[in-house]
Design a protein around this ligand. Sequence first.
Ligand SMILES: O=c1[nH]c(=O)c2ncn([C@@H]3O[C@H](COP(=O)(O)OP(=O)(O)OP(=O)(O)O)[C@@H](O)[C@H]3O)c2[nH]1
Ligand SMILES: [Mg+2]
Length: 206
Amino acid sequence: MTKDKLVIATKNAGKAAEFRTILKPKGIKLLTLADFGNLPEIEENGQTFLENARIKAETIAKLTNLSVLADDSGLMVDALNGEPGVHSARYAGDHDDVANNAKLLANLAQVPDEERTAKFHTTLVLVSPNGHQLVSEGEVRGKILTAGRGENGFGYDPLFYVPELNRTMAELSATEKNAISHRGRATKQMMTKFDEWWANNENFSD
Ligand SMILES: O=c1[nH]c(=O)c2ncn([C@@H]3O[C@H](COP(=O)(O)OP(=O)(O)OP(=O)(O)O)[C@@H](O)[C@H]3O)c2[nH]1
Ligand SMILES: [Mg+2]
């Protein structure tokens, strides 16, 4: 019963949409936290992306007894010593993209163009109900603009300029973003080991 389902342990609709596109070829039924009515709030109190991804994956696997994929990600700006980092979602206000982007621009107001380098990072943790884990990571480098451009994506995407494509993340289509993004790269890396893990996981749950 539980073998063909994977829970994406996220409340972020943007992330969920990206995972649905990337994982579609697997033909596995994907659920997100929105499919469960009564889950408690998860406190992301880790110091690292890995700790937070693990907290999310392990908590939801225990509660649902299903296999779970969790993503912890964030923006790391060189001129801000890697901030907002693990605090990206709640930099200025809890999941308030407008306030978060405004704070980022304010903190970079005196920083010249050539020093506005940054990267997006994702750590993924995949865990089965009995605790077998796969971990992967992905990053993409870019620059923080002085004003947003584009309507797609979510979070800091309008401010994140990708030099190779001469566009911001928010000016890319979903397919274009997944092809180069931190999340797309981390998922691609995980997929190289996924089939073997999934097959073994089926055996473990017997
Ligand atoms: O412009 C962006 N494009 C991206 O592709 C992206 N990926 C992550 N982020 C930022 O980093 C936070 C993650 O925090 P986070 O990993 O805790 O996720 P979250 O709290 O939004 O959802 P959940 O998965 O924890 O439920 C997010 O909220 C965003 O601010 C991104 N911003
Ligand atoms: Mg979060």
